[in-house]
Design a protein around this ligand. Structure first.
Ligand code: HEC
Ligand code: HEC
Length: 283
């Protein structure tokens, strides 16, 4: 495991972590969504130096946490409803909707989100949720692929992710994805941007600490897509990666790029053992 030496630049950027006035957080709060208990803390996978992996939900203020405990209060569910309409809508040259073939409804995909991204032997590539949605649209419906990190795609990702809610994340990191995973790990620990910081400087070295007005989490992606109070819409995993890179004044990779795919695999695996929580609510 790569270790950091604290360079002068890092020391300077750590001035960011000044402990300003902080909202109270209850680190022992339990996330129970309408009777489903969500695992928000779990023993860390072996490849990590930390002991425990912790969902971002744990670090949110109680009011934000509460929004996720009841689906009627969770604003993300409006988008799930929209995706259900989309699920039933005929689109493309074949005159089909998702429902034409997946007649048991999106429930058919229970468990899928917990394994993604994963190697798909038939297609000979690593696939994440967006890939599956677009593969089906193009191949089976003769429809246009949806743009990543746009409302229609994010809503469909939320609908399918929801079917795995409460199931443990179980992303494979060996076999055909081993090299991609290693690339993702490399990106996670590489310092970039004007602030010369890596994902790990914030999400591994400083989780639980305040950064400006925000409390840092481990930057887990088990809760995605995430409804953010800040922009009042669903946010995809890779859109979030992009935002974090911009915040450290780095040139972000493109959504859908090989770099972000690798990073998504790596970050997903850091959450192995946590529950699929999405769609979740954050500030
Ligand atoms: C013409 C039939 C057809 C239509 C329409 C269709 N699918 Fe599929 N879909 C399949 C078949 C067959 C499979 C399994 C074989 C495969 O993966 O290609 C599948 C597999 C999938 C999978 C992967 C499941 C897994 O566990 O591997 C997802 C996700 C999926 N479909 C989502 C959708 C969505 C979302 C839509 C609508 C946008 C859609 N499908 C439309 C036939 C269809
Ligand atoms: C300067 C500190 C900083 C760096 C570096 C940083 N982030 Fe973040 N990140 C934040 C803050 C602040 C938030 C919002 C609070 C939280 O959930 O940690 C956040 C949130 C996230 C979230 C959302 C977590 C959730 O539960 O909603 C993910 C995922 C994430 N970051 C991934 C990354 C990745 C991947 C990198 C490296 C490319 C990275 N971050 C780099 C500060 C940082």
């Amino acid at each position: 495991m790569k270790k950091f030496t604290l360079s002068a630049t890092i020391a300077a950027s750590l001035a960011l972590f000044a402990g300003t006035a902080s909202a109270q957080v209850d680190l022992d709060a339990v996330l129970n969504i309408d009777g489903t208990v969500i695992t928000t803390r779990a023993p860390a996978p072996d490849f990590l130096d930390i002991d425990e992996v912790i969902s971002g939900w744990v670090y949110r203020a109680s009011e934000t946490q509460a929004l996720q405990m009841d689906d009627f209060d969770n604003p993300a569910m409006l988008f799930v409803d929209q995706a259900m309409d989309d699920w039933n809508r005929v689109d493309g040259t074949e005159g089909k909707s998702c429902a034409s073939c997946h007649t048991n409804g999106p429930e058919e995909f229970a468990g899928l989100r917990a394994e993604l991204p994963r190697w798909d032997a038939e297609r000979g590539q690593m696939m994440n949720m967006e890939d599956y949605i677009n593969y089906n649209r193009v191949t089976y419906m003769g429809a246009e692929p949806l743009k990543w990190a746009k409302p229609r795609m994010d809503a469909m990702v939320a609908l399918i992710s929801l079917q795995s809610r409460g199931m443990p994340i179980n992303v494979a990191i060996d076999g055909p994805v081993a090299d991609i995973w290693a690339q993702g790990e490399e990106i996670y620990y590489t310092r970039v941007g004007q602030l010369d910081m890596a994902c790990a400087n914030c999400h591994e070295d400083n989780y639980g600490n305040m950064i400006r007005a925000d409390r840092l989490s481990q930057g887990q992606i088990n809760g995605f897509p995430v409804y953010r109070l800040k922009n009042a819409k669903l946010n995809s995993v890779q859109a979030r990666f992009k935002g974090c890179m911009k915040n450290i004044r780095a040139e972000p990779y493109a959504v859908g790029s090989d770099e972000f795919r690798a990073l998504e695999l790596y970050v997903a695996s850091r959450g192995n053992g946590l529950s699929v929580e999405g769609p979740s609510v954050r500030n």
